[in-house]
Design a protein around this ligand. Structure first.
Ligand SMILES: *Cc1c(COP(=O)(O)O)cnc(C)c1O
Length: 359
């Protein structure tokens, strides 16, 4: 049984939030002399002399319309990375609690765990990168606070079946963090539609991938009102800067166009897949619900180096569990993908002629 008071750290439960000037006076006024900002404007053309909205309500209102989730169920972070860190800080007692990770997966869960001095229990995904619910649940002990599930998973690209995630949610008395960074490219819908069914679910999404706004550093966490209130209490007061809020709001206003971009990326994913599988050094391409492909190749290091010498950088994921000799390739534009294919075709010819002198 999930009970938030059993999960939250005592110091977090007891702490009082910082009260900013904008917390203490929220209305409109003629003259604001309460926050020690400069009343003299900025040196830039536009003025940035006032602190931004600490709760990003304009962005959240628009997001709430688009995602069909109430504002009270939305948290915005300085990237998903901030949300991940706050989740550890809110729920995991350093040097005492642990979390379950399912490698190969996104590296930041491990980094945030170490940063917060939290033990990680690793349950590897299968060779096809699926989760084993029984095995995960049997690894849970009294100090296990979180299970991180990345779906579609980075670096494998596959989505985890809904019933398995529901099974975890129903049988774990801690929190399931479901990272949906790549959900816009996936075939099955987001768990956001079912957010209110589960008190122990946190869904993470981001503006860094499909939305194309990685430079702005804005991530989303969706959860129960009670959990969102905890994040709002412990976050840095002005965690999303004014420029990022403005630009994300602008992007949200163009939301209908996003579908076309996602369709283009998915089409390029199909194209890339069909071209890559023609090379005999490509041994396997894993099915992808994301904007990248994981490839098992004959010699990952050699291919990585050849591409890199030709100005194309991919990610060598060979050191991750079940990813031996695997490269992760992000889907680029049509022109970029064509160039990748053409460089790989050169590699193939040189290899056949045993003319490789680039190692
Ligand atoms: C890229 C990525 C993110 C996004 O992180 P941001 O901090 O929002 O840029 C989150 N989770 C996974 C699995 C990712 O691959």
């Amino acid at each position: 049984m999930f009970l938030l008071e059993n999960i939250i750290r005592e110091n977090i439960s007891l702490m009082k939030a910082y009260s900013s000037a904008r917390d203490e006076y929220k209305g409109e006024a003629r003259i604001f002399l309460d926050a020690n900002e400069s009343a003299f404007g900025s040196l830039t053309i536009e003025n940035y002399n006032r602190y931004p909205d600490p709760y990003q309500l304009k962005v959240k209102q628009k997001l709430s319309d688009i995602k069909q989730v109430s504002i009270e169920n939305i948290f915005l972070g300085n990237g998903s990375d901030e949300a991940i860190d706050l989740i550890f800080r809110a729920f995991c007692e350093p040097a005492k609690d642990n979390v379950i990770l399912l490698p190969p997966t996104y590296g930041m869960y491990q980094v945030a765990a170490q940063l917060n001095n939290i033990e990680t229990i690793e349950i590897e995904l299968s060779t096809e990168f699926d989760i084993d619910v029984e095995k995960i649940l049997s690894a849970v002990n009294e100090h296990t606070k979180l299970i991180f599930v990345c779906s579609p998973n980075n670096p494998s690209g596959n989505q985890i079946a809904d019933n398995k995630i529901v099974n975890l949610l129903n049988n774990f008395s801690g929190i399931v963090v479901l990272d949906e960074a790549y959900i816009d490219f996936a075939s099955s819908p987001s768990f956001l539609d079912r957010l209110l069914e589960f008190e122990n679910l946190i869904v993470l999404q981001t503006f860094s991938k499909a939305w194309g706004m990685a430079a702005l550093r804005v991530g989303m966490a969706f959860s129960s009102k009670a959990i969102i209130q905890i994040f709002n209490k412990i976050k840095p007061p002005y965690n999303i800067n004014e420029l990022s809020q403005q630009k994300v709001l602008q992007a949200l206003e163009f939301f209908p166009k996003l579908r076309n971009i996602i369709e283009d990326i998915k089409q390029q994913r199909v194209f890339l897949n069909s071209e890559l599988k023609k090379f005999d050094f490509v041994l396997k391409i894993y099915p992808s619900d994301a904007n990248f492909l994981l490839l098992n190749v004959e010699n990952a290091v050699e291919i990585y180096n050849f591409l890199s010498k030709n100005g194309i950088i991919v990610r060598n994921r060979s050191n991750m569990p079940n990813c031996k000799s695997c490269l992760r390739i992000t889907v680029g534009t049509k022109a970029e993908n064509l160039e990748l294919i053409s460089v790989l075709a050169n590699y193939s010819i040189l290899k056949k002629n045993k003319n490789l002198t680039f190692n």
